[in-house]
Design a protein around this ligand. Structure first.
Ligand SMILES: NC(=O)c1ccc[n+]([C@@H]2O[C@H](COP(=O)([O-])OP(=O)(O)OC[C@H]3O[C@@H](n4cnc5c(N)ncnc54)[C@H](OP(=O)(O)O)[C@@H]3O)[C@@H](O)[C@H]2O)c1
Length: 287
């Protein structure tokens, strides 16, 4: 088992595999992250995929999770293309599970969508993800390695809550104008990743989300209530455009509700936290 990009998600997934007696290797960018992983019993290598140096990895017949994000700019993902090229010397993997994002669908006006919905990425960050998905498909056709794509919703969990933004006194779009967005608790995402690797059908796409879309407003208001932070001010979408960053507004200009039927019915995943109502309280320190 090799995890390429072993941060918040990868470390938790690695712990899950280690607890079942599996050996786990990981590739990260910095030596500091590699050391942290070694302390957990993971065989970790530090190498920056952007440097395109030969990787010290034997990938032949390996099961790989690829969780490294694309670079911060552009409309392509040369990082994953570099990694796939390095597998030419490391040997063809058996199976690769890729963590993409739900942004590849663009704005759907709040409609419910499944994995067959057309892709209309609007933001460059989503175009980079689609480029990565496309690169994987081409590579899989050539190498016969299985690939599976998870389109992952907003991840939340212990140690991954936007508490600092709450403290800074942010504004939110008022609830009746807030676009739909989708989320998943980290523990459930770990389950989905493992299920995809073990039981997923080669070439398939799966939504990794809790199946109960809400909105960014709902998320932050729940978090404020749970943590005792001051309730953020809510404003119209038009007013928010003048007060929030362009990056934040790019999220707020997209609205979609993702079905998770496929992970439940095909992968047999039973979510522990099917909504924020159960998942957020479980992230609190006294939970
Ligand atoms: N956060 C969300 O809500 C969300 C939603 C959908 C999808 N995703 C995606 O899901 C994936 C996993 O998320 P996460 O929260 O676990 O990410 P994360 O904590 O930021 O971890 C990313 C990992 O990738 C490594 N990495 C980054 N650039 C690299 C490079 N150039 N060469 C080698 N390694 C590199 C990092 O290494 P270092 O630690 O050494 O820097 C780190 O181990 C990411 O692709 C993320 O974009 C996230």
């Amino acid at each position: 088992m090799l995890i390429v990009g072993c941060g918040y998600l990868g470390t938790r997934l690695a712990r899950d595999y280690l607890s079942r007696g599996e050996r786990v290797s990981a590739l990260v960018r910095s030596e500091g992250s590699a050391e942290r992983l070694r302390a957990l019993g993971i065989t970790a290598y530090a190498s920056d995929l952007d440097q395109r140096v030969p990787l010290p990895l034997d990938t032949e017949g390996e099961k790989i999770f690829y969780f490294a994000p694309p670079p911060d700019a552009g409309v392509a993902d040369p990082r994953i293309r570099g990694f796939l090229a390095s597998c030419e010397t490391g040997g063809a993997p058996r199976r690769l599970v890729y963590a993409s994002t739900t942004g590849v669908y663009g704005d759907r006006g709040g409609e419910w969508i499944d994995e067959t919905a057309p892709l209309r990425p609007q933001a460059d960050r989503a175009r980079r993800r689609l480029d990565a998905e496309n690169a994987l498909r081409v590579w899989s056709a050539r190498t016969f390695a299985d690939i599976l794509v998870l389109r992952v919703a907003g991840i939340y969990g212990p140690g991954r809550l936007p508490l600092e933004r709450l403290r800074q006194g942010m504004v939110l779009v008022r609830e009746d104008e807030a676009p739909f967005s989708n989320r998943i608790h980290i523990d459930d995402l770990v389950q989905v990743c493992a299920a995809a690797m073990e039981r997923g059908r080669a070439g398939e796409i799966y939504h990794a989300c809790d199946g109960n879309p809400s909105s960014m407003t709902d998320y932050f208001l729940r978090l404020a209530a749970l943590t005792g932070a001051p309730r953020p001010q809510t404003v119209s979408l038009d007013e928010a455009a003048g007060r929030l960053s362009p990056a934040m507004m790019s999220y707020l200009r997209e609205s979609r509700r993702l079905s998770n039927r496929k992970i439940r019915e095909e992968l047999g995943v039973w979510l522990r936290y099917p909504s924020l109502a159960s998942g957020l309280p479980a992230c609190m320190p006294d939970a």
